[in-house]
Structure formats: C-alpha cells, structure tokens
Design a protein around this ligand. Sequence first.
Ligand SMILES: [Fe+2]
Length: 506
Amino acid sequence: MQPGFRLEALPGLIGDQDGTASGGLVGGNEPRDPGFAYYYQNGRRMCQAVNAAWALQDVGSGDGGLVFVPCSHKSNVETPDDVATGKGEMGVVLQPELQAGDLLLYARAVTQGVRPWHNGARRLLRYEYTARGVIRDRGAGPDTDAQPVPEWMGDMSPEERAAVHKPGYADTTPAPVLNSDGGTQWIEHGVDPVHPSIYVRDPDSGIDENEFYFWDLTGYLVLRNILTAEELALANEAVDRFEDRIVVGNELSGGSTALAGTGRPTLGGLLQAPEPYCLPFRRMMAHPAVTQRLNWMGGSGWRCGGPTAFCAVKGSSGHSLHDANEPLVPSRSYVFQNGRSYCEAITVTWQLRDVTETDGGFACVPGSHKAQYRMPPGVRTCDDDMGLVTHPVMNAGDVLFFMDGAQTHGALAWTSEIARRGILIKYSSRNFNRSGGAMVHPEARWGDLVDGMTDEQLAVMRGPDRDVRDANVPRLDVNDGEVAVSYERTGALYSREAPAGPVAKP
Ligand SMILES: [Fe+2]
C-alpha cells in the first residue's frame, strides 16, 4: 500500500459465530474494482485494500471460516459460480491454517469469503485497511446518515444531484447510478455500477468457463479420465515392451537438496514404434480433447515434437523449477487479452499411471505465469518453497496441460516403488520457432540469392531459429564502428542449426 492507509471498517470477528456462513465468495480481479485492486509496476506495489486477520485461537485444516483463492487478485476471468458457492471449488480455494497469535495479511482483491465453521467458531479478528484515497464504505458516525443538501441544490433534479453527490453518507454510499441512453437519463436503484463493455460474452465459444478460469488463474489444467481403458492398456504395454530402450539422462536437481537423486530416465521414439504400439501415442498427439483446449489456449496452427515417456524410478532426481513470467520470454509467454488466452508454449502430459500426493513428478507454482518478481532460489530448488509449490494428484488416463516457459514448473524427486509413466508432448504456437530446423539456413530459405554473402549478411538472412532465454543465435555486434557476427555461446539452449563460427564460403 502507499503511505497513509486507513482503517476502512471497525474490526470484527470473521464469520457468524453461530457457525453459519456469510454467503458466496466475493472479490477477484474480474470485473476489476479499482477501489480494491492490486497494482504493480516497476518495483512498486499499490494494493488499494489489505485485510489483516489476527488469529485469537488456532484454526486447523478443515475448520472452515476464512477462505480465499490465491492468485485471484490477478485473475482475468470472472469467478465461476461453482467456486463462489463452494459447489465445485476445483482445488483453488484455500482455507488457511493458523495458530493463535498469527497474523494473516491478504489483498482485498483476492476472491474471498467465509465458509461455515465446522468444529465450533474460531476467533479470527479482521481489520480492513484501504489506501488513503479509496472510497468504499461510510463510517459509523451520526453525521454519515444523510448528505447535507445546501439551499442551492434544493431545486435540482435527482439526476443533477447525483452528479454533485458527496461520498461518505448513507444516501451516497454506494454512489448513485446515473444511467443514460444518450437521450434521456435516470437513476437506477438496487443495481451494480453501470460500466458497459464493447464485448459480449460468447456462450457458444466451446470453452468450459470453469476450465478457462482455472487455466488463467493457475497456469495449468488437468482433464480427468480422457484415455479409454484400451488406450491406456496398449500405451502401457508399449512402454513395457520397449523398456530396454529407456535412456537415463542427467540429474536435474540443480544443486537442490530436496530434489536430489539419480538421472532422469526417458523413452523416446514412440511415434516410430511398430503398430499397434505407436497408435495410442499418435492419438494422444492430436487427440480431440487436446485440440479443443490448445485452440482456445493459444490459437490454432500449433505443432508438437514427438512424445517422450518420463519413466522416473524410486530415487530419480526431480527437476529444479524453472521459467516464470519474470524474466519475460515472448516466445513462451502467457497473455490474456479481450477474452482470449495467448499462450505460446504448452506442454501436455498424459498419465499412464496414477500419481499420488507423495510419489513426486510434475510440480509448479500456480500463478507464476503472472509473476512480476524473479523466483527466489529456495523456490527453484524446492528447499524453501514457502508453500508455493503444488504437486497435482492425477490418475491414469488424466491429461495435464501447463504453460511451459510462462509458468514456474519442474518435477519433484520420484519416491514411489512404481515407476512414473508420464507421456510428455511439447506444443509450440504458430508464432514462434522452438527447435531450429532446415529452414534456419540462409541458403535453404533464399536459395542462390545468398551466394557470395558475407557472414554479417548471412546472419540476417537466417530463418526463424530456436528462441530461448540465451542469446542463442548468430547476431550482429558493433565494435569500433565495425559490424561483426557474434557466435559466442551463452548457454546450452542452441538448435542443431546454430553455427559455432563463420559460415560464409570463401
Ligand atoms: Fe520445463
């Protein structure tokens, strides 16, 4: 908050003390309410309303009371009714556990509410602070009962009075809603503020709005029970059959204690397996349930690399968490605009076996696709994850989508006696290259037009190449007024087509 924050209302105990709830969840960032919104820019936070809850008694898991949806202060999608009412919370609603004496601070902009107390009411004392200029509720003093009407306002119409209302009184809080069709105007009573949009929600978009909310909020999505029993059996049989081709790769814990272990075992070549073993993987690659989601998540025209089976065994290392919205990489970013999800890189993982809470495997930081701060080292290694890392529980036949590159993700070390069976397929949007390819080479793209060109000229005649964090393509530098190509390698993420030095033919 900025200096000068104020107590908006008198402190009060959260939730009816007789154990009943206070209604559905409120708040969230869509539609945006500037009077309690979360603003962040260039290192400065301006959260317009912050609640502070003091625990006067312990509040255990499942006790009920205060709940909220983490990350929803940045949500672009309206809270679905199922989440607001508690009918279908999709695992996004958190009931914080507190000990007597704890202080919980939470943005007013997160979707929040009060569920019934289950084991007797707990004492949680809430203070609501707002930024210095925010207009929200009126105070409790006797002067707030009615706006004084000076003599000069006496002859004004109600519409004219609305235009000069003074906030802070019972009859001006909430503010009067003066509406107009352009020709006439009138005061609306008992309605939400009027704020028209040029867009109309499309009930025929084919998008499940609960899915869209979950995806936009968290950066991942799990569809349940998509593979048939036959597909699942055949895919598992294929992995069994080619188990001897599993390759144990690098240990990927990145110096983490929590994720340390042995190298990561994977199995490729699944599309090339003899029939019928290739068939389930071909279907997974362009499965109707995947196509429908990819099209609204990032638009059509996507393409994928081959599926890879992730086959971690007990003791296999995790993969230290990587990627986020900060630093931003456009070719693998997430943007929401005017009702559309623009996600440029999506990874899909089909589960061939159940993944329990304790097995290990995929893990992510929900909401990190909108992070404005770099990930702290403890989150990267999971050695001090601040409770931010989620490990979704999945069943054989489920399919996971996540924002590869935009969302902070990785894997926990595998602890189960039963090996992991996740079929991972990486999709790129039509807009960016992710892997190099023959058309990177100037002569492939332009033919003999590039004959005789210098290295500097050839560097700018290259086709779209792999685009990642590092300066991973030949690029022009200016030194002492002279242009030269830099082939310097700043990391490991180069395509096969990236030259290590000059390419011009003498
Ligand atoms: Fe990754």
